[in-house]
Design a protein around this ligand. Structure first.
Ligand code: B12
Ligand code: SF4
Length: 485
């Protein structure tokens, strides 16, 4: 059988990372790895737009796709296109959002929704389909049925890390040099841990594995790294620094095998402060940057988010990283109740800690998080306006007028990131010279984010008017941006 796995393009009004990074579709490489004995191809629609042409030339029997919350309507459009091409094509959807909010994918063009780890589930789906057996006996699936879903027996959110295949990177060979994360290029994504040991209430990552953490063995991780060509490795674990013994073992294996790579990884500040020695060791073997959820310059907010950190702890963690010449990519949450004073306080904190790379995100009650039900009834946007559920748009009533709220975020970005002099002063380890192509690309991406943020207060209105016109704000539903307010 022929299986086409499609990575959707982020939609128009989604703001954020699409302008400053494009990473490989690791999830689809895993799904492909779970499918044995069939002809599988990956189409990355961020880099290639012609889905119809691909359907015509490849003639798939199955089309598999998946997305984060922002891409729900794009996924539906992909499945619609696949069915229009050939109604017999089986359309299969999976991913993190499908796992925790499968109802959002209830669509007549979607045949099956997989909830959980994709390599195992896709393997079973395709095997049954190939043999003409029902899919309804496979645990962990949902089937759109009118406006609701029919479920197969409950599946597991556990990940069988011992039997997890390695991702099939050969399928993205033609794209590999085009993927980048900020200045990291070429860069390869590696997942070594499924789940997160923390339980921050605004985040749904820890719930994806039912609150459990599954760690791949140090040996299997090092074997994977040894097969990777690129120097830069981006560990996409929710938090890479979890188990001190495993980190030591990995460190030793990397040293023994003389592996020379540069690493970028997520870290929680609590671990950094408790284990500065392991950060020093990892900096020695190639750790160049850490993505750290600092969230707030206020203790009461950190407590409120159940972050298990304080401002003092966070500041200490940043200092430890900087001392070891590990760049800090800090993310912050903006509470909708913030005033100009609060934004100024965040600006001071970013300045004081010397952080250059920052993401500033309005508090977003993603479906699947524990805070979702708390805010569900106060949302200022439609639940189906998926593309602006991007953690860049404000979805809750803001104390500042919405336009001003976004202006404050823009101001912070402009002063902290687009100020090239500041970047130079901070002597970043991962930054190339400011006049290099990579740097100019980042600045251009930043400018595009700023332009989107200028109109962000209008995006919900554009989507509402598109919904009025064609019933759904999907790919086809974008109105002209002629609203001058
Ligand atoms: C690394 C990362 C990125 C990378 C890209 C990674 C990539 N592969 O493209 C970058 C930095 C570019 C990025 C961007 C964004 N991200 Co991001 N990202 C992550 C992170 C940390 C890891 C994702 C990853 O690579 N996982 C590795 C793969 C192997 O695991 P997986 O995705 O879970 O896939 C498995 C299963 O879900 C399933 N599966 C997946 N797809 C399919 C398809 C089929 C058919 C089947 C059967 C199964 C299946 O099988 C896979 C293998 O086991 C997650 C956190 C998390 N825990 O998921 C956030 C996360 C996914 N990101 C998030 C968001 C919001 C975004 C952005 C929208 C932010 C923005 N405003 O720009 C963008 C969207 C980019 C896009 N292309 O659309 C949110 C999504 C929330 C939600 N409810 O959907 C998350 C969960 C973070 C969070 N704060 O909550 N991201
Ligand atoms: S925010 Fe980070 S540390 Fe907290 S639960 Fe999510 S992934 Fe884990």
């Amino acid at each position: 059988m022929k299986i086409l796995l499609v990575r959707p393009n982020p939609p128009k009004y989604t703001i954020g990372l699409k302008h400053i990074m494009v990473c490989e579709p690791l999830e689809l490489e895993y799904v492909a790895a779970g499918i044995q004995g069939h002809n599988v191809e990956i189409l990355d629609m961020i880099l290639e737009k012609d889905l119809r042409g691909k359907l015509r030339s490849f003639q798939p029997d199955i089309v598999g796709t998946g997305s984060y919350i922002t891409g729900v309507n794009v996924v539906k459009d992909i499945c619609c296109e696949a069915k229009a091409f050939n109604p017999k094509v089986l359309t299969m959807v999976g991913g993190v959002h499908a796992t925790l909010a499968p109802g959002d994918f209830s669509d007549p063009h979607i045949d099956v929704i997989a909830m959980g780890e994709g390599a195992a589930l896709a393997g079973r789906i395709i095997a049954n389909y190939d043999r003409g057996q029902s899919l309804e006996t496979i645990p962990g699936l949902a089937f759109p049925d009118g406006p609701s879903l029919r479920f197969s027996p409950p599946g597991t959110l556990a990940v069988d890390v011992k039997n997890l295949p390695l991702p099939r990177r050969s399928l993205i060979e033609k794209y590999k040099n085009r993927y980048y994360y900020l200045f990291h290029q070429p860069v390869t994504l590696v997942k070594t841990i499924f789940g997160c040991p923390f339980t921050c209430n605004f985040c749904f990552c820890w719930r994806l594995t039912g609150g459990n953490v599954y760690l791949r063995s140090a040996e299997s991780v090092v074997e994977e790294i040894q097969q990777i060509e690129s120097r830069d490795i981006y560990f996409v674990d929710d938090t890479f620094f979890v188990d001190i013994n495993r980190l030591r073992k990995l460190r030793d294996l990397i040293r023994e095998r003389r592996i020379e790579k540069d690493y970028l990884a997520y870290a929680h500040t609590d671990f950094i402060v408790k284990h500065p020695g392991i950060i020093r060791d990892w900096a020695e073997i190639g750790l160049k940057a850490c993505i750290v959820g600092l969230e707030s310059p206020r203790d009461d907010e950190l407590l409120n988010y159940e972050k298990k950190a304080t401002v003092t702890l966070n500041t200490e963690a940043v200092e430890i990283l900087r001392k070891n010449k590990v760049d800090v990519y800090g993310s912050f949450i903006v509470d909708p109740g913030w005033t100009k004073k609060d934004f100024a306080r965040l600006g001071d904190y970013i300045e004081k800690t010397g952080i250059y790379y920052t993401v500033i995100q309005p508090l977003t009650p993603l479906p699947g998080t524990t805070i979702f039900s708390r805010f569900e009834n106060t949302l200022t946007v439609d639940r189906g306006d998926y593309e602006i559920w991007d953690m860049q748009h404000a979805l809750l009533p803001t104390r500042l007028p919405l336009k001003e709220f976004y202006r404050q975020i823009r101001k912070l970005y402009i002063r902290k990131i687009l100020d090239i002099g500041r970047a130079r002063r901070l002597q970043l380890r991962t930054a190339p010279p400011v006049w290099s192509k990579k740097y100019l690309r980042l600045v251009w991406g930043g400018v595009r984010v700023m332009l989107s943020l200028r109109k962000a207060h209008l995006h919900a209105k554009y989507l509402a008017s598109a919904r009025g016109r064609d019933g759904r704000a999907g790919l086809a539903g974008h109105p002209k941006e002629n609203d001058k307010r």
